[in-house]
Design a protein around this ligand. Structure first.
Ligand SMILES: [Zn+2]
Length: 345
């Protein structure tokens, strides 16, 4: 598989840096340790071989481990495929979140796990002490418990789990380079399928969905609904400590920065909003309307690893035409959505 450099952490560094500058010694300490972890990723003992995958198409092979607040991976196996609820919310949320993500990719796109060959879905919970992040390390998912003051445990939102696993799917499909516009597309696709997994699990129509990424992750001390809003980029949170959600929702507000791999978690707001606009314009279930168009684009051999927003938008349009026809309402909605965010003229 093509691997991208470094871990794809859920929380971007700029958010943790703000917490690391906070007045509370405890919050400062948790954020600094999390940032240290995230930048010294290569020192982590990652799983070298994956456990057996699933030979039965339509059935996942899940393995959930408990790191017991240590930083060794994968930790102790506490729940495997087919076993009953453990009673530990983090373990059970991880197990069910892996299943919800598997079901979206299998039932909607006939994809058998991340590699379409039944690859084992491996997760570790209770990673580190007060670790404030979740990440996909190229082989497995890892979840921290949060600090309990600003962040709840990272398994709490199914879209966060599906977001991280979608990075795995993206990596198997040739991996959009994780920097600048291609990196923002990588982030956006992870949000698209993250949000789709939640909508599919809850059988929500586009008009009913909250279009939030990470709802439930903030404790009620934070002034915010979630980490990101696909419908209203820039309006997910506005908090004295965390600052304001920096995502733009239009090319006019595109952020030029070297931080965050060139703003991958920031400018992803633009393609996120295009997808959301098309989904809402078409109505019904997003997994029957725009979801398949975006999936066709993700697996399209013409999708270059350094693809930027304009060629990506053109490719989604071409896939809408291929699937639904050139004068279809789907093609029209996709074209209008990209115009709405200023990517297509
Ligand atoms: Zn991500």
């Amino acid at each position: 598989m093509t691997c991208v450099a470094g871990p794809q952490t859920f929380l971007p560094p700029y958010l943790l840096e703000r917490i690391a500058g906070s007045a509370s010694p405890r919050l400062r300490e948790s954020a600094r340790r999390t940032l240290y972890e995230d930048t010294h990723f290569r020192a982590r003992a990652a799983v070298s071989t994956l456990p057996p995958g699933s030979t039965v198409r339509g059935r996942p092979a899940r393995y959930v481990h408990d790191a017991q607040q240590l930083r060794t991976l994968p930790g102790e196996l506490v729940r495997a495929e087919g076993s009953a609820d453990s009673g530990d919310p983090a373990v059970d949320e991880a197990y069910h979140g892996l299943g919800d993500t598997y079901r979206l990719f299998w039932e909607v796109f006939q994809r058998h796990s991340l590699d379409d060959r039944g690859m084992a879905l491996v997760a570790t919970v209770h990673y580190g002490e007060n670790y404030e992040n979740a990440f996909w390390d190229g082989r497995q998912m890892v979840f921290g418990d949060g600090d309990g003051e600003l962040f709840n445990r990272f398994t709490i939102a199914v879209d966060v789990i599906a977001h991280e696993l979608s990075h795995g799917v993206i990596a198997y499909e040739g991996a959009l380079v994780y920097s600048h516009q291609s990196g923002a597309l990588n982030e956006s696709l992870a949000d698209v399928f993250g949000s789709l997994a939640k909508q599919y699990r809850d059988r929500q129509r586009a008009a009913e969905a909250d279009w939030l990424i990470g709802a439930g992750l903030f404790t009620d001390r934070v002034k915010g609904r979630a980490l990101r809003s696909m419908a209203e980029p820039g309006n997910a949170y506005d908090d004295p400590l965390l600052g304001r959600d920096p995502q733009p929702g239009h090319m006019d507000d595109f952020v030029e920065t070297q931080d965050d791999h060139g703003g991958v978690h920031i400018n992803s707001g633009i393609p996120n909003r295009a997808y959301q606009l098309a989904a809402v314009a078409l109505g019904g279930y997003a997994w029957e309307s725009v979801g398949p168009i975006w999936y066709d684009t993700l697996i399209d051999s013409r999708l270059a690893s350094d693809c930027e927003f304009v060629p990506f938008a053109e490719l989604t349009l071409d896939n809408a035409v291929r699937r639904f026809g050139s004068s279809s309402r789907q093609a029209e909605a996709v074209r209008e959505a990209w115009r709405g965010v200023g990517v297509l003229p």
